[in-house]
Write a protein that binds this ligand. Structure first.
Ligand code: LRH
Ligand code: MN
Ligand code: MN
Length: 424
């Protein structure tokens, strides 16, 4: 199904008076509002192809109705999101969960919804049918060079598929590690991983980036070969200028200061981008901003500060992607909520009084600095984000409109109830 512009216009029409009241109120409090709205309009967040179905846990999986059965239907789903919020104009594919059979057709289908392809993700954490070697004991780190070569070849193939789709980055996340002390020679595992990544790096087109994603634990429980930002940065530095660290918000040990990590990676020109999500315990892959909205704001605060210091284009400089998994909520509604939370955190960071903050910092005014940040965080900027969407032809309230139109029932009628979308 497609959401028609007319349906969005009609929805907005009936909510315009309330919106205007809220918007005018907040507008009177913000000085450079037009510039902020333009930045919000330009900001796009890529939707992961693996988050469009209902994910499982170790203990079970409860499929939702009307899940997408094909890549075409996944693109249709992202098209629905983008029609409503005008901020989800890209899709990130996980290969081989999603393999474009005819890239030209897939590309033109995507562009009919105004979508482009963001980073392509390789998968060497599962065995595929008919695969010669198993990844049970790792992939790029493996003690057997033949297994490493198989994983290298897969990544090269993913780059090729990405090139034909118009992607500009490869994200490598490895489940490689060990579950028991003594299982692995750490040095050898790291060196094997580096050498394998170097082989893959040779096949990167010159205008591509390689994102090296880290994760502290899971599925391995003793060591992960790329466990933290230090190890990822080490690899990225050794690989070269096209290699960067990717920060997935759920991949840290409890209470890690992610905003500080972000600030330093950005300073070192080694921050590649994000997998946005939220968590309370570990890699929970929950809706962005649903647990720690203040942390999300603080991350964006560092991003805005650091990107401005380097004169970077906020919208284009980094990879903005969601990585989520839902086992209770409708995945599409959840993704709308995530995009909205990310946009809000970005907007809040844009209204921070930077000059005053610098002044407070330079005079050790601890109270003042805290007040300045919290002043921005506590501003209700939902009407500003809604205004940016309205100007782009999106819905004033994507979540409410999705539910009011009962989009999921329509998708279920079209697709049926017994589909398990590919993904986690
Ligand atoms: C690993 C991860 C990584 C994978 C995705 C499915 O936890 O975050 O990005 O590619 O989940
Ligand atoms: Mn991730
Ligand atoms: Mn993860």
């Amino acid at each position: 199904m497609k959401i028609q512009q007319e349906q969005i216009r009609a929805y907005n029409e009936s909510h315009l008076v309330t919106h205007k009241r809220k918007f005018d109120f907040i507008a009177s409090e913000i000085s450079d509002l037009e510039a902020i709205i333009q930045k919000l309009q330009a900001f796009q967040i890529a939707i992961p192809s693996w988050a469009l179905g209902t994910g499982g846990t170790r203990f079970g999986r409860f499929s939702g109705p009307g899940e997408p059965a094909t890549l075409e239907q996944k693109i249709e789903d992202v098209g629905l999101l983008h029609a409503l919020n005008k901020s989800s104009g890209a899709i990130s594919l996980h290969i081989p969960w999603d393999i474009p059979k005819d890239t030209e057709t897939i590309k033109s289908l995507a562009s009919s919804y105004g979508l482009v392809f963001d980073a392509v993700n390789s998968n060497t954490f599962q065995d595929q049918e008919g695969q010669t070697h198993s990844y049970k004991y790792g992939s790029l780190q493996h003690v057997n060079p033949a297994v490493r070569q198989q994983a290298i070849n897969h990544n090269i193939d993913v780059i090729k598929q990405g090139v034909s789709l118009g992607s500009k980055a490869l994200t490598v996340w490895l489940a490689d590690g060990s579950s028991f002390p003594g299982q692995l020679n750490f040095r050898e595992a790291f060196q094997n991983t580096l050498q394998s990544l170097q082989e893959i790096y040779k096949h990167l087109p010159t205008d591509w980036k390689m994102f090296v994603e880290y994760k502290c634990f899971e599925p391995n429980f003793y060591s992960t070969t790329i466990a933290d930002w230090g190890q990822s940065l080490l690899l990225a530095n050794k690989l070269g200028d096209q290699a960067y660290t990717l920060v997935d918000l759920g991949h840290h040990l409890p209470n890690a200061n992610i905003e500080q990590i972000v600030s330093l990676l950005l300073m070192e020109k080694k921050l590649g981008g994000f997998h946005f999500n939220d968590s309370k315990y570990a890699d929970d892959d929950l809706t962005a901003g649903s647990m720690k909205p203040y942390q999300l704001f603080l991350i964006f605060n560092e991003l805005v500060e650091g990107m401005d210091a380097r004169g970077m284009d906020h919208a284009k400089g980094l990879g903005w992607m969601i990585d989520a998994s839902h086992n209770l909520k409708d995945p599409l509604v959840d993704l709308l909520q995530s995009v909205e939370a990310i946009q809000l955190a970005y907007a809040q960071a844009l209204v921070v009084d930077r000059q005053a903050l610098r002044k407070a910092q330079n005079s050790n005014d601890v109270v003042g600095a805290q007040e300045i940040l919290q002043e921005a965080f506590r501003k209700d900027l939902r009407a500003v984000v809604a205004e940016a969407r309205l100007r782009d032809g999106g819905s004033l309230n994507p979540v409410a409109q999705f539910r009011e139109m009962d989009v999921r029932s329509k998708l279920t009628l079209e697709r049926g109830t017994n589909i398990k979308a590919t993904g986690l």
